[in-house]
Design a protein around this ligand. Structure first.
Ligand code: M6R
Length: 368
């Protein structure tokens, strides 16, 4: 049942190219237009939306953070991302032109369910992004996009996360198509880039042994930091969450630009810092990340950098380098999270922990 793997989690990590490919099947008409048939929200309703609030917990929340970058960029619609457990306690401003997007792998998370009930009582439309057919959250929503990860058994979400990202990209592109934003021309190109992702993820998985070796050399670490920027920031947060929940090691993710506002004080000799380096582009994102890495290294950090192939600028500052395929920054989370999942899984295994059933955690959290 685990296909020769020791853990369901490891099996599920290796299923990701397939899960991403499945999530893209049937999304284009013969004429190349994007379609989201199962969604049940009319184009007119989508056109009227002037604000989106994404609500979710844990890993699904981090998928929502990535979604914010994508939806705002492609549709120019303002997006807020909120932890489901906080949402209804802050008196959120919602009305009939607000779209609530509830992201949940299980569809049974109580915090998220309560949040959508509150939103609907305020007349907002709710769209669920969910991996479980017929579960409570899609049942109580106006619309749904199902992810096609297949059953996720490991308590730590992996393929669930990647397929949520794909669903969020599709929603963003579909809204761009419906609203006719100036990014409409990019839709075709982004769809082609998405369709190439399963091969890219596969390539990252082929480097698993290198990541495992690195993970095993960190069994003595008491604390690990993760840095990212832009869409790489939620990846850093998700990488830290994986390490906390599986290896029970203190881990924190930061937006690299925030370092100088406090967290850099944590850096001491030998502290492992995993850095998600954005692709080289026209903006200064990449160079600013490199200088952040330089700074932590100058203070003794052991830097482990995830950077695209051919990026030589990072070499002098990386104690360890993991190569990623070259992809656009908005799509980079789909490849950048994979080594971080492998890292946490292997480190937890080396420490003798039960990777599929970490202590104190349940697969779906049905209490508030
Ligand atoms: O089923 P959901 O997506 O609603 O679950 C949300 C979180 O409980 C979940 O992502 C949790 O953080 C995982 N253990 C992360 O690996």
């Amino acid at each position: 049942e685990k296909d020769g793997h020791d853990w369901f989690m490891r099996k599920e990590i290796f299923e990701q190219p397939r899960a991403v490919a499945d999530s893209l099947i049937g999304r284009r008409t013969a004429a190349g237009k994007l379609q989201l048939d199962e969604m049940r929200l009319a184009d007119e309703e989508l056109r009227d939306i002037d604000k989106i609030i994404i609500i979710a917990c844990g890993t699904s929340f981090y998928a929502g953070m990535v979604a914010k970058y994508a939806i705002e960029h492609w549709t120019r619609t303002p997006v807020e991302v909120e932890l489901a457990s906080e949402f209804r306690y802050r008196d959120p401003i919602i009305d009939a032109t607000t779209l609530i997007v509830a992201i949940s792998q299980s569809g049974e998370t109580a915090d998220t369910l309560q949040a959508i009930r509150h939103a609907r009582s305020q007349k907002a439309k709710v769209l669920a992004i969910c991996n479980t057919n017929g579960s409570s959250i899609p049942r109580e929503s106006d619309a749904v996009i199902y992810t096609h990860a297949g059953p996720e058994i490991g308590v730590a979400s992996t393929k669930g996360f990647l397929t949520q990202l794909v669903a969020c990209y599709l929603l963003a592109l579909y809204m761009a198509q419906v609203k006719g934003t100036r990014f409409g021309d990019e839709i075709d190109e982004v769809m082609r880039q998405l369709e190439a992702m399963p091969d890219h993820i596969d390539k990252v998985l082929q480097g698993a042994e290198q990541v495992y070796e690195l993970a095993r050399s960190h069994v003595g670490s008491r604390s690990v930091l993760f840095l990212g920027r832009h869409a790489g920031y939620p990846v850093a947060l998700e990488g830290a969450l994986k390490l906390k929940e599986l290896a029970y090691i203190h881990a924190e993710g930061f937006a690299a630009g925030e370092l100088k506002h406090g967290p850099i004080a944590l850096v001491e000799d030998g502290l492992p810092v995993l850095c998600v380096v954005p692709p080289r582009g026209r903006d200064h994102l990449h160079d600013k990340m490199v200088s952040g890495i330089q700074e932590v290294r100058a203070r003794g950090a052991h830097t482990i950098c995830l950077a695209e192939e051919g990026d030589t600028s990072i070499e002098p500052y990386a104690d360890h380098l993991i190569r990623l395929p070259g992809v656009p920054v908005l799509l980079q989370p789909l490849v950048a999270i994979v080594p971080l999942q492998l890292f946490a899984c292997e480190l937890a295994t080396a420490l003798g922990h039960d990777v599929d059933q970490p202590r104190n955690l349940a697969k779906s959290v049905t209490v508030e």
